[in-house]
Design a binder for this molecule. Structure first.
Ligand code: SF4
Length: 422
């Protein structure tokens, strides 16, 4: 698998922490209308949380953690009976409600209600391993760009709502990443963020034993496990190499490291500026630092998602950020050069678009599990802050599982462990 070298010392470390973050995660329901491969959440008998329980979780999040956005997830949050009330409540608390949905239950009427309630944005999970039916059955991720466009246009017509997409990346759809990025570029006026999440599962060849406290746990009892060995080595650097197939200039600007690995790019952020015809450049680490610092100074919190009304000021962003960011200056020069050759560029808005690569848990050779340092997707369980990607462990075993290297000859050495040892 091709990977890119990426020196994290040249990137800006996004300053998110457990106590002060751009995002927090809220799950009002475990009910879903699709069955995504790699989903972290088990469907429950009684999937909806009570209103009081959800309010209690929001209170806890606000007490323990400063944040900008609440990602309302699940399950699919559009199936939560009081989703419109929930969006309105989050807005009244001074937080930005982001609905993370597969989009299946989104009708024009519900979108209008959510807009009136103050929804800040949608993140649509669309990829080829969700078991979608109807005309999307069996479509690959490049063909699903048509579905993405339907959602992006729907949100665009509603106006003033941020539109993002995420996709889990497996060995099976890795080669479609360039076409998804090319599609996002063609619709840079509608799509503010593209997120790609590397697939992770517990697979038989992982050389670990699993423990809940001192009790041994069978690996195949763990909710997110696969009976066959599957590719779990795709990481953020693999995705950078894929992105460079679409645009060799693709250059990330900022990252979150791993809790056990400073070189891991657990969240890897790229910011690009362009119009439907051309990407003028990739903004650099100083740009992200200026945005994070300025926003925190003005509002007391770090930003995460940006509104379409802000994203369309790409020209101003390149110009102003050029004072501190070399890559923004280069983007501005490229823009001027393009405008000289084709003055029509001057008539088109320049938009900003974020591309985020997320690399969930990485197993270290000593059994430690490296998580996202400054995890944005922290949620609440029984009054405590926990990683949402591993919530099923707490539900199933009462605690997070420990991994202990398996002894004995012939144990498999996956590449992630070799890298950690390297
Ligand atoms: S640690 Fe898990 S929940 Fe937190 S950001 Fe990383 S993948 Fe998401």
């Amino acid at each position: 698998m091709t990977t890119s070298t990426l020196d994290t010392t040249t990137l800006y470390r996004i300053p998110w922490t457990l106590a002060d973050n751009g995002i927090s995660w809220l799950e009002p329901t475990a009910l879903c209308n699709l069955q995504c491969d790699g989903c972290y959440r088990r469907q429950a008998e009684d999937p909806h949380k009570s209103w009081d329980e959800v309010m209690g979780e929001l209170d806890t999040l606000q007490r323990l953690r400063r944040c900008d956005c609440i990602s309302i997830a699940g399950g699919d949050p559009l199936l939560y009976p009081r989703i419109v009330d929930l969006v309105a409540d989050i807005g009244r608390r001074g937080l930005k409600p982001i609905v993370n949905t597969n989009g299946v239950a989104l009708s024009g009427g519900l979108l209008a209600d959510l807009k009136r309630a103050g929804v800040f944005g949608f993140t649509f999970h669309v990829d080829s391993r969700q078991g979608r039916g109807g005309r999307w059955a069996g479509k690959n991720d490049s063909e699903l760009n048509d579905l993405r466009l339907e959602y992006a246009e729907m949100v665009g017509r509603a106006g003033g709502i941020a539109c993002s997409f995420n996709a889990t990346v497996y060995a099976e759809n890795l080669d479609h990443v360039p076409s998804m990025l090319a599609w996002a570029h063609r619709h840079i006026d509608l799509v503010q963020t593209m997120v790609f999440i590397c697939f992770r599962h517990v697979v038989p060849s992982l050389p670990f034993d699993w423990y809940a406290g001192d009790r041994r746990v069978e690996w195949d009892d763990i909710w997110y496990s696969s009976e066959q060995d599957r590719e779990i080595e795709i990481d953020a650097r693999t995705l950078v190499a894929k992105a460079r197939e679409q645009d060799p200039r693709f250059q990330p600007a900022a990252f979150l490291n791993g809790t056990h690995d400073t070189q891991a790019c657990k969240w890897l952020l790229t910011e690009r500026a362009g119009n439907r015809r051309a990407i003028f450049g990739y903004l650099g680490p100083r740009f992200v630092e200026a945005v994070m610092g300025t926003h925190h100074l003005r509002h007391g919190r770090y930003p995460s998602y940006i509104a379409p009304a802000v994203a369309r000021h790409g020209r101003t962003a390149m110009l102003l950020a050029g004072a501190v960011d070399r890559d923004a200056r280069q983007a501005w020069r490229t823009y001027l050069g393009a405008a000289l050759r084709r003055p029509a560029h001057l008539l088109r808005r320049v938009h900003l678009q974020s591309v985020m690569f997320i690399q969930p848990v990485d197993f270290q050779s000593d059994g430690e599990q490296s998580m996202c340092d400054g995890c944005p997707d922290i949620t609440v369980h029984e009054g405590k802050l926990v990683w949402s990607c591993r919530l099923e462990e707490i539900k199933q075993y009462g605690r997070f599982l420990r991994t202990v290297p398996r002894e004995g000859p012939g144990r498999c050495r996956p590449a992630s462990c070799r890298k950690a040892e390297g």
